[in-house]
Write a protein that binds this ligand. Sequence first.
Ligand code: PAF
Length: 279
Amino acid sequence: MQIIQDIALTKSLCRSLKQEGSLGFVPTMGYLHEGHLSLVKQSVKENPNTIVSVFVNPSQFGQNEDLATYPRDLERDVALLQECGVEYIFNPSTQAIYPNGFDTWVVPDKLADVLCGKSRPGHFRGVATIVLKLLNIVSPDHMYMGLKDFQQQRILKQMIIDLNLDCDIVACPIVREADGLAMSSRNSYLNPQQREKSLSLYQGLLKARELFAQGERDCGLIINTIKENIENSGGVIDYIECVDPLSLQSVQEAEADTRMMLAVYFGKTRLIDNMALKA
Ligand code: PAF
């Protein structure tokens, strides 16, 4: 297992790894859970070499967000990655990624104006910038990302097309706890009561699917039903929307590929989840 901090070393390592065949890449902010590990396992299965980055990216956190308290445990991450057969971890310092004088940003446009981009201004500018930097350093053939961050994955796919990058995104299914809560590093913030109530997100998404399967196509009505359940459980809704999966724009009439997207606060913890309306 090699844990590399240096950018130039990582670049030359990745160049030589690519001579052995395709290189898989999993970008993470650490504090890994089964969701991350499912991406890692898929990459290890599909590529002769896989590199995982562990970097808590300050530029994607807003001023009042949880950068300072974001959970970190590199030792544990390393052990988990080792068990999955990963041999290379890129773990740069903030100073190496954002040296003094850093002044160039990737600013996604319309896709970042909606949903999480609306409530977290600047978030996707930070995400797109760090991911482009990571792609330039690692030059992977395939980047593995989870569909829980549906908007992130969509924005980055568009960035790859728009900026002519030589990498594709392998979008992997959402991994859930046994009771259905989507796995997230932020779940660790929830107290036992919030954890129990947060199940209303998954239940809401299942209810939306059920309504769609019964023939309901009115997004307003589907959203209102779910809203009520979530609010009754104590969740404070940031957004619940039915969107087109490509444009991420809200739709009024549900179709098979319509995606139900939601972001809900339990206390200070903001959880996101999503599901296609058609099972
Ligand atoms: O999804 C995440 O963990 C982060 O947004 C990412 C892609 C690693 C960029 O910091």
